[in-house]
Design a protein around this ligand. Structure first.
Ligand SMILES: Cc1cc2nc3c(=O)[nH]c(=O)nc-3n(C[C@H](O)[C@H](O)[C@H](O)COP(=O)(O)OP(=O)(O)OC[C@H]3O[C@@H](n4cnc5c(N)ncnc54)[C@H](O)[C@@H]3O)c2cc1C
Length: 499
């Protein structure tokens, strides 16, 4: 055991896409700051950020029906969709900045163009989709979206989904060609490779065991070196807890008032992966359906063309389920261990309120493979069981907190929780997730380094020309950014050309 405490400016806990993004932003804004990363696994991007653990959708609200809601008069509220689209444009700008500066290379290894589609069945859903299309197609951020309820057109767009469809129910879809598939695992690994060249010390097989406030307001960390078994002492002026599902237990250890009355509800996931190259070749889109009644938004079924290790793949899911683990590599005691005197009432209230959800998730875990095939056949009527296998996806820990809506309310978004002096921040929740990493990490910077934001402003604007701007109110800027990022990221061939 080494007794010498090592001091540094910044510690990033976890080597997922969030720490990778924050580290990369900080290295551009404050290159002289010393940054150390601690990751308990042997490599970067192995938990939720791994390509097999998430759906790889570049969430820009082009196809996800849960980002637009129906108002009582039947019109569609698109405000959330606009926000998410603008946030995704920030990610595209940052990735383009890194490519243009040669800090990362070969963008096709992490981002590919793919049409994003929504697909619905039944009169009511078709009406909703048509109204959603009307509301979005007038908006500059969603230009190029098409709608069709004509089976012939749909056959052209999605032959695999249309083949063998016998039901007389009305069907409809929207399609927009400017969607993306993002390999967040590859991106995370690229960003850590880049950080290594900037003298960031990345310590794999190192698990953070404890975090305590030091007398001068900085943070003392106990770090378990998994290879040697030693516990080392570190101190940092700023700590980012980017431990994915592992963030909540670490946040609780800090004891900051902002960490109280918060709980976590883990949701596990499964994907079905197609093994038949002929079937894979016949589909070319991310097709999102509508969540079943009672299902949480993260279990919206979708059939996705993916690019993994530069090969085309086809995945369906995710099937949500319940597991008490906070990380895929976590422990069955994670959930119970996160119940503390300060959040027990919050957790109990959520337990009572979310009985239906828990029941739904447990039912999902118990689904047989044939039942899962039946759900897949709602998308691909002719799907054969022998062409598909199951892979276990990542864990999401949804935040539970007391809100105006009541005690113990389950949240489906992402939350940055930070100390009032900005010396520590944690990221909780997982949606919209990795796609909006740049926006979320800017929020961390704004909350934790308000004193530097003025000095950093021009560099941030250089990296992210739309920083602080509303793109929906500035269609010309949107067009410039969308076109230039498409070119840099190799998306332009199939992207729309705006007039
Ligand atoms: C099924 C599923 C589908 C998804 N689909 C999408 C999608 O289509 N598009 C999208 O944008 N997002 C999606 N997401 C969300 C996205 O994957 C996450 O938001 C994102 O990967 C979170 O990144 P992170 O860096 O916070 O966490 P992670 O990638 O989980 O990284 C956290 C890291 O911290 C490490 N760690 C944990 N505890 C400790 C400790 N004590 N000490 C040291 N290290 C520790 C872990 O080992 C891990 O490597 C999906 C998520 C899931 C689960």
């Amino acid at each position: 055991m080494s007794n010498m405490q090592k001091k540094t400016d910044v510690i990033l806990i976890g080597a997922g896409v969030m720490s990778a993004t924050l580290g990369s932003l900080l290295k551009e804004l404050a290159p002289e700051w010393e940054i150390k990363v601690f990751e308990k696994l042997a490599v970067a991007g192995e938990e939720s950020s791994n390509e097999w653990n998430n759906a790889g959708t570049g969430h820009a609200a082009l196809c996800e029906l849960n980002y637009t809601s129906e108002k009582p008069d039947g019109s569609v509220d698109i405000s959330k969709a606009v926000k998410i689209n603008e946030q995704f444009q920030l990610s595209r700008q940052f990735w383009s900045y890194l490519v243009n500066k040669n800090l990362i290379r070969n963008p096709q290894d992490f981002i590919m163009p793919i049409p994003h589609m929504s697909f619905v069945e039944g009169e009511k859903n078709v009406t909703f989709l048509r109204n959603r299309f009307k509301a979005l197609s007038d908006n500059p951020l969603f230009q190029g979206m098409e709608f069709s309820d004509d089976p012939k057109k749909l056959k052209e767009w999605i032959p695999l989904i249309m083949e063998g469809r016998t039901s007389n129910e009305p069907i409809a879809a929207t399609k927009i060609d400017s969607g993306t598939d993002v390999n967040f695992g590859a991106l995370t690994r690229m960003l850590f490779d880049h950080l290594k060249t900037k003298n960031v010390e990345i310590n794999y097989n190192h698990s953070i065991e404890d975090i305590k406030r030091a007398e001068d307001g900085s943070w003392d960390l106990k770090v378990h070196n998994i290879e040697t078994g030693y516990i080392d002492d570190y101190n940092a002026k700023f700590v980012f807890i980017g431990a994915g599902g592992g963030s909540l237990p670490l946040l609780q250890k800090t004891g900051i008032p902002e960490s109280k009355q918060i709980g976590g509800f883990p949701v596990s996931g499964l994907f079905m992966v197609c093994k038949n190259p002929e079937v894979i070749a016949r589909h070319h889109a991310k097709v999102y359906g509508k969540a079943k009644v009672g299902a949480p938004p993260m279990s919206v079924p979708h059939l996705d063309t993916r690019y993994i290790n530069n090969e085309k793949a086809l995945l369906f899911g995710p099937f949500a389920g319940f597991s008490p683990k906070f990380l895929k590599t976590g422990s069955n005691l994670d959930l119970i261990g996160s119940v503390k005197p300060n959040n027990v009432l919050t957790m109990l209230a959520a337990g009572v309120k979310e009985m239906a959800l828990t029941k739904y998730l447990i039912q999902q875990v118990l689904l047989s493979n044939e039942k899962r095939m039946e759900e897949l056949r709602e998308f691909i009527p002719n799907a054969k069981s022998e062409d598909w296998e199951i892979v276990v996806a990542g864990q999401r820990v949804q935040v539970i907190k007391d809100t105006k809506a009541g005690k113990g309310t389950l949240q489906f978004g992402t939350e940055v929780v930070s100390a009032s002096d900005g010396s520590i921040a944690a990221l909780l929740g997982a949606s919209p997730g990795a796609s909006t990493a740049v926006h979320v990490m800017l929020e961390v910077l704004e909350k934790c380094f308000p004193q530097h934001m003025f000095e950093w402003n021009s560099k941030i604007r250089e990296m992210l020309p739309s920083f602080g701007e509303s793109l929906v109110d500035n269609p010309k800027l949107f067009q410039e950014i969308h076109t230039s990022t498409a070119e840099t990221l190799g998306l332009s061939k199939k992207e729309l050309v705006y007039n």
